[in-house]
Ligand binder design. Structure first.
Ligand SMILES: NC(=O)C1=CN([C@@H]2O[C@H](COP(=O)(O)OP(=O)(O)OC[C@H]3O[C@@H](n4cnc5c(N)ncnc54)[C@H](O)[C@@H]3O)[C@@H](O)[C@H]2O)C=CC1
Ligand SMILES: O=C(O)CCC(=O)C(=O)O
Length: 339
């Protein structure tokens, strides 16, 4: 199981809650990672997602220099139909049982209001106004925007996005805010989402062009920004990507390491997902009930510099950016383990 420390299967018959809480590694501190609500077809798909997402959080928190380990929770439910306060309260009770080994927050299908509900039953929750700056998504979006600019500088020689065509896949809490910043910077937007109202809003507000979500990667664009679910970069999609850069918020974008190698072979720069999307967890880790917005913004802006370091090292070592990011994260973990 990729070296996980603990994987808990949760069932609550009163509310119908079925969830998995995966604690990957607590070397650097308690395992922090959001909770995803998604209607997985099979329980095995939920387990795979929980294991991959929690491992990603260990690497994300390590690379971002945070004193936090990696964990993640998934609830098997449709966020638009099945998510009730009772369900989220039951989840909160199960988080509490882990006594702080796992700290939860928002992820796909979960809003700040849901986390307020979870917080009725456990203190091991972040991303609420009582624990800090509230919704982490705007900080994630800020970091992704900085990461896109750093990627553009590396590939095009300038971070100016005016006139660039950008395909944004997924217009949720993070994707919509990234689209807003891209529009403000003068980029031409191509957008897609399985939720039609979000697409209509982006067309009306940003003058965006819409495409089918399954075609977002293959449109004629300079930059592809995946902000939906994971594994979108795979053997079926990579050969069709037109963009020179892939830089987005989605966790676990590469289905397998081979897909990152395929991107490099095609001359496409990939911004490692857990490096570019760390703004949210930075906001969660560094904010206090009194605030901390300035420090969080400063650290989130630094995501651009981290990516530049990663890109330059990858070019020098003739490897992929994600290989460099993994090495950097693992070096810090090894040092902490040895101490
Ligand atoms: N919210 C945060 O602060 C962070 C989010 N992330 C990652 O960023 C991604 C987006 O997260 P959020 O915006 O918070 O989630 P969200 O639930 O607010 O939005 C996800 C959006 O993707 C859409 N979507 C789902 N499947 C799709 C598909 N096949 N094609 C196109 N659109 C699709 C949904 O309809 C929804 O609008 C996720 O992968 C999440 O794990 C990563 C770091 C932090
Ligand atoms: O920013 C968040 O939503 C919490 C951290 C997390 O789960 C993530 O970065 O994927």
């Amino acid at each position: 199981m990729n070296g996980h420390e603990d994987v808990v299967f949760v069932q609550d018959t009163d509310t119908g809650l079925r969830a998995i809480i995966a604690v990957h590694d607590t070397t650097l501190g308690p395992a922090l990672g959001g909770c995803r609500v998604w209607p997985y077809e099979k329980p095995a798909d939920a387990l795979t997602d929980a294991l991959r997402l929690s491992r990603g959080m260990t690497y994300k928190n390590s690379l971002a220099g945070l004193d936090l380990g990696g964990g993640k929770a998934v609830i098997i439910a449709d966020p638009r139909k099945d998510k009730t306060p009772a369900l989220m309260e039951a989840f909160g009770r199960h988080v509490e049982r882990l006594s702080g080994t796992y700290i939860t927050a928002e992820d796909v299908g979960v809003s700040p209001d849901d986390m307020e509900t979870v917080a009725r039953h456990t203190d091991h929750v972040r991303g609420t106004s009582a624990t800090g700056l509230g919704d982490p998504s705007p900080y994630t979006a800020l970091g992704v925007f900085e990461g896109i600019k750093a990627s553009a500088k590396h590939v095009f020689g300038s971070s100016d996005l005016d006139g660039k065509t950008v395909s944004v896949q997924g217009l949720g809490h993070v994707g919509y805010d990234v689209a807003r910043q891209l529009h403000a910077a003068g980029a031409r937007l191509i957008v897609s989402d399985i939720h039609a109202p979000a697409v209509l809003k982006a067309i009306e507000t940003f003058g965006a062009t819409a495409v089918d979500p399954g075609e977002a990667h293959m449109v004629d664009a300079d930059i592809f920004v995946p902000c939906a679910l994971g594994a979108g970069l795979n053997a079926r999609t990579v050969p069709h990507i037109q963009a020179k850069i892939v830089a987005g918020a989605a966790n676990n974008q590469l289905e397998t390491p081979a897909d990152g190698i395929a991107l490099r072979k095609r001359g496409i720069l990939y911004a490692p997902d857990y490096a570019i999307n760390a703004g949210g967890v930075i906001s969660i880790a560094l904010a206090t009930p009194e605030g901390g917005d300035n420090l969080v913004r400063q650290k989130t802006f630094a995501i651009g510099d981290t990516l530049t370091t990663i890109f330059e090292r990858a070019a020098k070592e003739e490897t992929t950016p994600e290989q460099v990011a993994d090495t950097m994260a693992e070096e810090r973990l090894a040092k902490a383990k040895a101490a």
